[in-house]
Ligand binder design. Structure first.
Ligand code: CMP
Length: 139
């Protein structure tokens, strides 16, 4: 089925001018960028987005990192987009990411891992609604 997923190009990647290279990976894999904006999050907004991780030891560090530089939030659309995006991103820890994936090529560490992608249809819907209004989604 055609799905939509929420993607974030994280501060370590925007800082190194990697937005275009990362977007090329998505487009080459058949994912269409149907909405996109570059924004600066506050630590509180990052904390709200990652609320599910609030009890993890790395939560504070994660929120500060996500607010450290602008991020690019985007909606990717395509056949099986949620799984396809996760495949293109590679494993969370770049040390475990398959060759050719975004995290294998660009990520600096498990924390500064260049991209985020939704993990399931329910979270994709929630995460898209967190950043985009219906008017901003142009299929
Ligand atoms: P992401 O897919 O955005 O979802 C949660 C994020 O938490 C994850 O990518 C990593 O950037 C971060 N994360 C996960 N595990 C660790 C860890 N052990 N140390 C620091 N950050 C982590």
């Amino acid at each position: 089925a055609v799905e939509r997923t929420l993607s974030i190009i994280k501060p370590d990647a925007t800082k190194r001018n990697l937005t275009g290279k990362i977007n090329a990976k998505f487009e080459d894999a058949g994912l269409r960028i149907v909405a996109q904006k570059r924004i600066q999050l506050t630590p509180a907004q990052a904390g709200k987005f990652y609320e599910v991780h609030a009890e993890r030891p790395f939560y504070g560090e994660l929120c500060d990192f996500m607010a450290s530089e602008p991020v690019v939030v985007q909606v990717l659309e395509g056949e099986g987009a949620i799984a396809k995006n996760r495949e293109v991103m590679g494993a969370t820890n770049p040390a475990d990411a398959a060759p050719g994936t975004i995290r294998a090529e660009f990520a600096e560490s498990v924390g500064e891992n260049s991209v985020h992608g939704s993990d399931a249809p329910e979270t994709a819907a929630q995460e898209i609604a967190f950043f985009f209004s219906g008017l901003e989604l142009v299929g």
